[in-house]
Each structure stands twice: as C-alpha cells, then as structure tokens.
Design a protein around this ligand. Structure first.
Ligand SMILES: [Zn+2]
Length: 238
C-alpha cells in the first residue's frame, strides 16, 4: 500500500477532532441555508408584497436547498466510505499475502513518526499481534475501521443544518407586515451571519473579525443583488 503521510488531522472517530468537524459542517450548512433563502425571499419581496407568494417561494427554496445539501453529502460521504472500504480490503489482502513486508512497512511508518528503529520494530510487532488490520488502518491510512462515517447520518445532519438556517429568513419575511418585513429580514439575516461567522472562526481558531465581516458582506451582496433583480422584474410587470 502507498506510504501516504497519515498525520492529517481529519478525524474519523468519535474524538474531539471529529466532533469539531461535525460542528463546523453544521455551522456552514446553516450559513448556506440563511444566505440562499434570504437571497431568494428578498428577491421575491422586491417584486411582490403577496405573503402567499413569499411563503411558497421561501418554502420551495428551503426544501430544494436542504434536499440538495443532503443528496450532495450522501454522495460524497458514500464515495469516501467506498474508497475507505476498498483501502481496508486491499490492506487485509496484503496482510494475508505478505505479512513480512507489511511488518516492515508498519515499522518504517512508526519510525517516520519519530520512534527509534528498535522501538518501532517492537511496537509494530505488538500492534500486529494484537490487531494487524487496525494498526495498518490507523497508522497507514488514517482510518478507524470501526468509525467509518455513515452517509445517512451525514445527509440527515446537512438537511437539518440547512433547514434551521433557512427557517430564519423565511419566518422573518413571512411573519411581519408588508411595510416591516424587508428591514426585519435584512437585520435578522445579518445578525445570523455574524453569529455563523463568529462560530466558524472560533471553531477553526481563525481571526473572528475578518470572518464576521466576510460572512456579512457575502449575505448583504446576495440580498442586494436578488432584491435589485426582483424589483426590476416587479417594476417591469413580469
Ligand atoms: Zn499496510
């Protein structure tokens, strides 16, 4: 098997890294739901005051977005899972057919992590005696064979995150009266985007101010562009 450097921090297990990845993905999904639904309903509000139309457009946008996120996540996690399973199967065959070469390989990988030659050899022998496949999966592939990500879980989480985000602009545009709904939506959306920017910056240990600024600018642009488009179409009587 190829000697990939296994020291990437993408965690597959139930550890802190993996929980952070899930949290980060949830924030991004919610952020997507806020921006795309806000752009949609503000654009429609540029053309019409009819609450029923706003509700229909917003709800359709929410469902389309959350389904698309879930489907995309399902496909990408399934593909990753398939390739992890294939890598594990290949590893299993190699362990059965050339155990000696595999022991040498594991020893070298452990040396690469900083163990001395003697110690690496001893650790490799003990790991191999205990659970050779797990040792190779973890050290060589960076996979925990018991913790492959479930594509249905990933899809469900994406669906939920997007829906939670999308509900905010949808409710903000539908619930207030015609004269109030636009500014209430804009303020609510910018506040939510500030919160999302803050959370993802904190989770990624990145500078908070810049993340908030970028995130709010993106949302403001989306709403500005769609509102202008909606207002033009509305004025043209389309
Ligand atoms: Zn191996």
């Amino acid at each position: 098997m190829s000697l990939q450097t296994p020291d990437h921090d993408e965690a597959h297990g139930g550890g802190l890294g993996s929980r952070l990845n899930w949290l980060r993905a949830a924030v991004l999904g919610a952020n997507d739901g806020v921006v795309s639904t806000a752009g949609l309903v503000v654009g429609v509000a540029g053309a019409t005051d009819a609450r029923g139309t706003l509700l229909t457009a917003g709800l359709a946008g929410l469902l389309a977005g959350s389904m698309s996120m879930a489907a995309g996540e399902y496909v990408s996690v399934s593909t990753q899972r398939d390739s992890e399973k294939a890598a594990l199967a290949l590893e299993k065959r190699e362990l059965a057919t050339e155990p000696q070469a595999e022991l040498v390989e594991l020893t070298e990988l452990l040396e690469g992590k900083g163990l001395g030659r003697e110690l690496a050899r001893e650790v490799a022998e003990q790991l191999t005696a205990h659970d050779a496949l797990r040792a190779h999966a973890e050290v060589e592939l960076g996979i925990d064979p018991d913790q492959l990500t479930n594509p249905w879980h990933a899809a469900g989480a994406s669906f939920l995150a997007f829906t939670v985000g999308a509900l905010l602009p949808l409710l903000a545009i539908v619930l207030p009266s015609a004269g109030q709904r636009l500014w209430i939506t804009v303020v609510a959306v910018l506040a939510a985007l500030a919160l999302c920017g803050w959370s993802s910056a904190r989770l990624g240990a990145a500078p908070v101010g810049r993340a908030i600024g970028r995130n709010m600018t993106g949302g403001a642009l989306a709403m500005g562009v769609t509102y202008a488009a909606g207002a033009l179409l509305g004025a043209a009587g389309v």
